[in-house]
Design a protein around this ligand. Structure first.
Ligand code: CAA
Length: 258
């Protein structure tokens, strides 16, 4: 089934590009879009050709938040039983590297979605914010949790309590994003990062992502034990032998994912 709000491209190159495509609402994340996105990631998860995913929107908006009209139609029980929660969980548990290429507005659920990516890069025109407080609500898809881990408590409180957005420069300074680009080059740069990752040993990439993620969930001692176990597992891979041999033989490695 073709998605209505998502463009899916690039599979054969190893880097799948998912473009949020709901221009009439600045890519506001309605449940249909979120479902299409989580399904695309489920497919990418099991497709061995796909080694990294780039998530992007338009030049004007990555995504301007949850769909306010849809949200207004849900009462307490509707929010409690919201199918969106399951979609967010599927996005969060994606094991392959995900790079967000952000131009324009990344507000509310849009900022929360961008923060689900492993690497965030943005155009100079990007604006990040959690404006839910202006609507009498609050972030509900990780906006208070991931933001504080990424930018620290003071700026996270400032953003979530005032709703004021920050620009790309401030986001870089705060550690929310890793690079700023000219807006017309953001996507190209994200794809380039994807190809760089796609050229590495897949099991090493997978365990590296998992290990870095653990740093947010574990004590230093437990996280370091996890890292050591992952490092040990890699000793059983053919790609480790190949990587070490290629270095010593001064040639490019040929990784097979074994
Ligand atoms: N939901 C639904 N529709 C939205 C939307 C949203 N979040 N954001 C923008 N749109 C729609 C507008 O209603 C408008 O539609 P019409 O042309 O039919 O009127 C269209 O997209 C274009 O938007 P604007 O005319 O407002 O464009 P602008 O350039 O003047 O302003 C903006 C851009 C500052 C981003 C403004 O659209 C805005 O403030 N949007 C809402 C941002 C927001 O509050 N997001 C948080 C949502 S709550 C949330 O996300 C909850 C959660 O975390 C769980």
């Amino acid at each position: 089934l073709m998605p209505n709000n998502l463009l899916i491209e690039g599979r054969d190159s190893g880097v799948q590009v998912l473009t949020l495509n709901r221009p009439e609402a600045l890519n506001a994340l309605n449940t249909e879009l979120l479902g299409e996105l989580s399904e695309a990631l489920d497919n990418a998860e099991v497709d061995p050709e796909i080694r990294a995913v780039v998530l992007t929107g338009s030049q004007k908006a990555f995504a301007a938040g949850a769909d306010v009209d849809e949200m207004a139609s849900r009462d307490l029980v509707g929010i409690l039983e919201d199918p969106r929660v399951a979609h967010w969980e599927r996005i969060a548990r994606f094991t392959k590297p995900m790079i967000a290429a952000i131009n324009g507005f990344a507000l509310g659920g849009g900022c929360e979605l961008a923060m689900h990516a492993d690497i965030m890069i943005a155009g100079e025109n990007a604006r990040f914010g959690q404006p839910e407080i202006n609507l009498g609500i609050m972030p509900g898809a990780g906006g208070t949790q991931r933001l504080v881990r990424k930018v620290g408590e003071s700026l996270a409180m400032h953003m979530a309590l005032t709703g004021e957005p920050i620009d790309a420069k401030r986001a870089l300074q705060a550690g929310l994003i890793s690079e700023i680009c000219q807006p017309e080059l953001t996507l190209e740069r994200a794809i380039q990062i994807g190809h760089s990752i796609a050229s590495k040993a897949p099991i090493a990439v997978r365990l590296t992502k998992e290990s870095v993620r653990k740093a947010n969930d574990m004590s230093l001692a437990d996280g370091q034990r996890f890292e050591r176990h992952a490092f040990t597992i890699l000793a059983g891979t053919a790609d480790r032998q190949e990587g070490l041999a290629a270095f010593r033989e001064k040639r490019k490695p040929r990784f097979t994912g074994q």
